[in-house]
Design a protein around this ligand. Sequence first.
Ligand SMILES: Cc1ncc(COP(=O)(O)O)c(C=O)c1O
Length: 438
Amino acid sequence: MNLDLRQADLAHVFHPQTDLARHAEVGPFLIERAQGVWVWDAEGRRYLDAMAGLWCVGLGYSEPRLVEAARRQLERLPFCQSFGGRAHAPAIRLAERLAALAPPGLTRVFFASSGSEANDTAIKLAWYLWNARGAPQRKRILARRRSYHGVTVASGSLTGLPLLHGGFDLPQPFVHHLTAPHAAQQAAPGESEEAFAARLVRELEEAIATLGADTIAAFVAEPVIGAGGVIVPPAGYFPAVQEVLRRHGILFVVDEVITGFWRTGPVWGAEAFGIEPDLLVCAKQLTSGYQPLSAVLVREDLYREIATESGRRGSFAHGFTWSGHPVACAVGLEALNLYAERDIARHVARIAPEFQRRLRQAGEHPRVREARGLGLLGGLEMREPADAARLEAAARARGLIVRAVGGDTVALCPPLVIEGAELDALFDRLTLALGDLG
Ligand SMILES: Cc1ncc(COP(=O)(O)O)c(C=O)c1O
């Protein structure tokens, strides 16, 4: 039996995050190859990938330096575990580089393979810490509605999207969700940005008072909510949240799986919003998507508490087969070399204002309720939620890949290396697609 690819997909592939009933009717969207910001489908049609794959291919497709880094590592040492103190150069050097890039005080790096695993790890670290401190009742985790933190039982519980919970018995009761900092839908008519932020912070204070600060382990947030609808928080929100968390001794876990590595302008979204994380979770652009790799960056003093507790227990008994996989780490190191050599920070600073200007221009279309974004991350929230999926389909027919997210928003997250003419192609195609909605 050797079915053609389309038939074999329909017969055997169980697709993630897919309407499987519809998939059986429409079949796969088969991608064959990619170069730079472009991908080609099996019929040879070319698309500008304005989603950088899945928010990850920051350096663009088919980058020979990343391919070569993987090949070299595969030949030299294709696998080495990190359990029991085993070590190898790629993980050591990458941890060193991440610590140098990290916000102040975050010196320790725990590797995993996905954003979900890294967020699960962050939850377990928070619980482990509070148990070690003799406060085992601190189990609750605060998160926000519309956030996306992953799909495992724990990280999927942090996620604040009902579509991701339904049918899976999520969220688990240790998570308490707060209002999303989503002015377009949550601010009262005439409420200023400052007043909206202050109301959200009051809600946080009230939740802590009701639940009891001594039952709460951590607060988890994306600096800009990505897959929940590209939601940029109001000015003043994060500094005020941080102050409340500090006052109550609640750990601040910053999920930078999308926002890390210059996506919003600075290296971290935390920097863009003046957040000082206790734990920082990153993935995706860490390897430009070429290898599955995530990391939890941990404050030195917290690490020391954990290390002492692990000595008492006989082990820090958490970790994955692929924690610090040498090929993934070698590719991550080379990606960081390329971000530096190509001065991606300066490139993003130069091109992001034009991206945001064109995004807001597209947002003037009557079917769009609001255009918003930061850096090279953007979203168009549609007046009619169903228009988000329609716009995704219309864009694809015009040779542009965008993604409907959060039920009402179309996300744009092009490779960071996108150049001016490609930006023109992106927005020309988006404008045509908006026109196709009628
Ligand atoms: C902010 C954020 N956190 C966590 C995740 C989960 O990552 P993964 O799909 O690698 O488990 C994602 C995935 O898109 C994400 O956007």
